[in-house]
Design a protein around this ligand. Structure first.
Ligand code: AMP
Length: 288
């Protein structure tokens, strides 16, 4: 009999999580893990769905990871909505929601973190010093605690997928990574937990991000190949938007993240923009 969806077991103790996962592996069950910071939206749920389809046991992790936030970032105000998160996945068979405390993940005497370079250096890495080290550290800890066969990440955080892939290869972590497409609202806005910070007016302004990506794809389809020219056109979309401050707009090689001079199918458009103080990121491949 296939198991029916039911409320997941909530585990907060990392040792209990490890013991549970070991039992699953001993029973030859394939474990999928979906790392999140909670405040789940349909984008997160699509990752969980994929894991449920492809694995025997799905572990959703919910942890607002302090080490990936800068000192003036939104760690304190980041939405924490556990009950709503559980409701959002209630239709799925998620066996465990792993929700550790900060002190369990980072005991006061902890002294180790993952150092990252390569794909962690430009763009987000330059604008958020320490961010990817914090991401790599928490992802490696989750991988060690759960030891999943598969882990699910979103294309929405394109650079993060490269950083995690590099870490997995460099540190010989035996996990398969699955990268899932970005889910968007009907009007194109990429789903993000941080969209909750946007007022109605700010949300309208935020549409410029996906509009800039659409523009890039349209221009590419129409034959544009000059990256500098396209970048200028994308930037121009933000000049008349009060309260919009561009951190970067870049047309990059999908692997090295270096800016390209000539556009191709595989070029990725990356952007980060603060909209009335809320920092939003988005990306798209030109030959989508
Ligand atoms: P977060 O809770 O923001 O750390 O995101 C957890 C995971 O969900 C990451 O792998 C994200 O890339 C992914 N994710 C976030 N937003 C979306 C989206 N709109 N569509 C698909 N995946 C997403």
């Amino acid at each position: 009999m296939p198991k029916q969806p039911s409320r997941p077991t909530i585990i907060s103790d990392p040792h209990a999580m490890t013991a549970w996962a070991e039992q699953q592996r001993n029973a030859s069950r394939r474990i999928g893990v979906v790392p999140t910071m909670g405040a789940l939206h349909a984008g997160h749920v699509s990752l969980v769905e994929r894991s449920c389809q492809e694995c025997d046991a799905t572990v959703l992790t919910i942890f607002v990871n302090p080490t990936q936030f800068g000192p003036h970032e939104d760690f304190q105000k980041y939405p924490r909505t556990l009950e709503a998160d559980l409701a959002a996945i209630a239709h799925l068979l998620v066996e465990v929601a792993f929700c550790p405390t900060t002190s369990a993940m980072y005991p006061p005497d902890h002294a180790t973190r993952v150092e990252v370079a390569g794909p962690a250096m430009p763009w987000e890495g330059a604008h958020r010093p320490g961010h990817f080290s914090g991401v790599a550290t928490i992802v490696l800890k989750l991988f060690e605690i759960v030891r999943p066969q598969v882990a699910y990440f979103g294309q929405k955080d394109y650079q993060q997928t490269l950083v995690v892939r590099r870490m997995v290869e460099d540190l010989n972590v035996p996990v398969e990574l699955v990268i899932c497409p970005t889910l968007r609202e009907a009007d194109g806005l990429a789903m993000s937990s941080r969209n909750a910070y946007l007022s109605t007016e700010s949300r309208q302004k935020a549409l410029r991000l996906s509009q800039a990506l659409n523009l890039a794809q349209e221009r590419f389809r129409a034959g544009a190949r000059d990256a500098a020219k396209l970048r200028a056109e994308m930037l121009a979309l933000f000049t008349d938007v009060p309260g919009a401050q561009v951190d970067y707009v870049a047309l990059v090689d999908p692997t090295s993240l270096a800016e390209v001079a000539d556009l191709s199918e595989t070029t990725v458009a990356l952007l980060a923009v603060r909209v009335d103080g809320t920092r939003l990121i988005d990306n798209a491949r030109l030959g989508a």
